[in-house]
Write a protein that binds this ligand. Structure first.
Ligand SMILES: Cc1cc2nc3c(=O)[nH]c(=O)nc-3n(C[C@H](O)[C@H](O)[C@H](O)COP(=O)(O)O)c2cc1C
Length: 349
C-alpha cells in the first residue's frame, strides 16, 4: 500500500491515475479504474455537453469512488463541457492546453483542479492560477509530450512547485511507479497501458499492434493533429509524415467534427474564426489537422483499420505484452512497485 499526497488529496486507494484519452476513457473503463482503487478520468473533449452529463451520471451509477474529467481547453465545446462538469460537481477536473478560468467555481464545491504540463516553467504558472495538483508529461508519452523526457522533467518540476505531482509519459509497470516516486512525484498517470485492458474499447487489432510494438515503434511529429505528438508507427502514420497539408481530408474531418459535436453552421463558423485569431497554439490549420487526426483515430479504434488508421501511443508500448483486466493491472503495478522498493532496500544492506 502506498500513501502519498496524491492518494490523500483525491481520497483514492492507489497512486495510479488513468490518463484522460479522448474516445477511449469511457464510463465503463473509468469506473473499472475507480473500483480497482485508482483514479479514472473521463475525457470529454469529444463530447457534446449533453453527452458529458450522461457520461458523468453513468459513471456515478457504476462507482461511488472519486473520479475526474479531462478537457482540452482550446477546442470547440470546452467552455460548455466544463460548465456541465461543474454543475455535476465532478470531484476532479483535469485540463490540458490553455488556461483554467474555472478554478474558483471548482473549489467552491470542494473539487480539485489538476493541470497538465509538459514544460517545467508552465508548472509554476499553473500553480499560480490555482491548480491543486499537476500531471507532468514527458516526451515518451502518447500524444502531446514536449521535448523533455520524464526522467528530466519530473525532478525539475518537483524542485519548482510544492503541489502533488502525477508523473505521466512512459509508465506501464510497478518499476515505473517506484521510479516516479523516487523522482519526486506522488503517483503516476498511465495512458497507453490502460488502452490495452479488457474493459478498454480499443479495437482488438490495435491492442495487438500495441502488444507487438517495440519501444522504437512510435513516431513523433506535428502532422498527426497539428501539434507535436506521438502515435504508433502504422502504415498511415508513416504516409502522413511524407504528405503535404491534407486539404480534402481536412474538409471531411471538419464536417465530421461538426456532426459529432452537434454544432450549428453559425457556431462552427464562429469557432473557426475564433481559431484563426487564437493567440496560443490552436489556429485554424491546427484544428483542421486535428479533424483529420480524429477521423483516422476513429478508423483505428472502432474499425481496427490497421492500413488507414492512426493511434496515439507512447514508447512504453514496448513493455506492454498482455491484455489484463483493469483490476489485475492495478494490483500488479502496486505489488511490483512494492517488490521493487523492497529489492532496492535489500541491495543497500
Ligand atoms: C488515444 C489517446 C488519446 C488521448 N487523448 C487525450 C486527451 O483527450 N486529453 C489529454 O489531456 N491527453 C490525452 N492523451 C494523452 C494522455 O492523457 C497521457 O498524457 C499519455 O497517454 C501518457 O503517456 P503514456 O501513454 O506513456 O502513459 C491521449 C493519449 C492517447 C493514447
Amino acid at each position: 500500500m502506498f500513501r502519498t499526497r496524491m492518494t490523500q488529496m483525491f481520497g483514492i486507494e492507489h497512486p495510479i491515475m488513468m490518463a484522460g484519452m479522448n474516445w477511449i476513457t469511457e464510463p465503463k473503463l473509468v469506473s473499472a479504474v475507480c473500483n480497482a482503487g485508482g483514479l479514472g478520468i473521463l475525457a470529454i473533449a469529444r463530447c457534446t455537453p449533453q453527452e458529458t452529463r450522461e457520461n458523468i451520471r453513468q459513471i456515478r451509477q457504476m462507482t461511488d469512488k472519486p473520479f475526474g474529467v479531462n478537457q482540452i481547453l482550446v477546442g470547440p465545446g470546452a467552455k460548455e463541457n466544463i460548465a456541465v462538469a461543474i454543475e455535476e460537481k465532478v470531484p476532479i477536473i483535469n485540463y490540458s492546453l490553455g488556461k483554467p478560468w474555472f478554478v474558483n467555481d471548482v473549489h467552491a464545491y470542494g473539487g480539485k483542479v489538476v493541470g497538465t504540463i509538459a514544460i517545467a516553467k508552465h508548472a509554476a504558472k499553473a500553480v499560480q492560477m490555482g491548480c491543486d495538483a499537476l500531471v507532468v508529461t514527458g516526451h515518451e508519452a502518447a500524444a502531446h509530450g514536449a521535448a523533455a523526457t520524464s526522467m528530466v522533467l519530473i525532478p525539475l518540476v518537483a524542485s519548482l512547485v510544492r503541489v502533488p505531482l502525477i508523473a505521466a509519459g512512459g509508465f506501464y509497470d510497478g518499476r515505473g511507479l517506484a521510479a516516479a516516486l523516487a523522482l519526486g512525484a506522488d503517483g503516476i498517470s498511465m495512458g497507453s497501458r490502460f488502452m490495452v485492458v479488457k474493459e478498454s474499447m480499443v479495437h482488438e487489432n490495435f491492442k495487438k499492434l500495441c502488444m507487438e510494438a517495440t519501444e522504437q515503434d512510435t513516431l513523433y511529429a506535428n502532422v498527426f493533429d497539428g501539434m507535436d505528438g506521438r502515435v504508433l508507427k502504422t502504415k498511415e502514420a508513416q504516409a502522413m509524415m511524407k504528405r503535404g497539408f491534407p486539404m480534402v481530408d481536412a474538409f471531411k474531418g471538419a464536417l465530421l467534427i461538426k456532426r459529432l459535436m452537434n454544432l450549428s453552421l453559425a457556431k462552427f463558423a464562429g469557432i473557426s474564426i475564433e481559431m484563426l485569431r487564437a493567440e496560443e497554439g490552436h489556429p485554424l490549420m491546427v484544428l483542421a489537422r486535428q479533424a483529420v487526426g480524429n477521423m483516422k483515430h476513429l478508423k483505428a479504434l472502432n474499425e481496427g483499420d490497421v492500413e488507414g488508421g492512426i493511434l496515439f501511443a507512447g514508447q512504453c508500448c514496448g513493455g506492454i505484452t498482455d491484455n489484463p483486466t483493469t483490476r489485475e493491472l492495478i494490483d500488479r503495478v502496486i505489488s511490483e512497485a512494492e517488490a521493487t522498493l523492497a529489492k532496492m532496500n535489500t541491495q543497500k544492506v
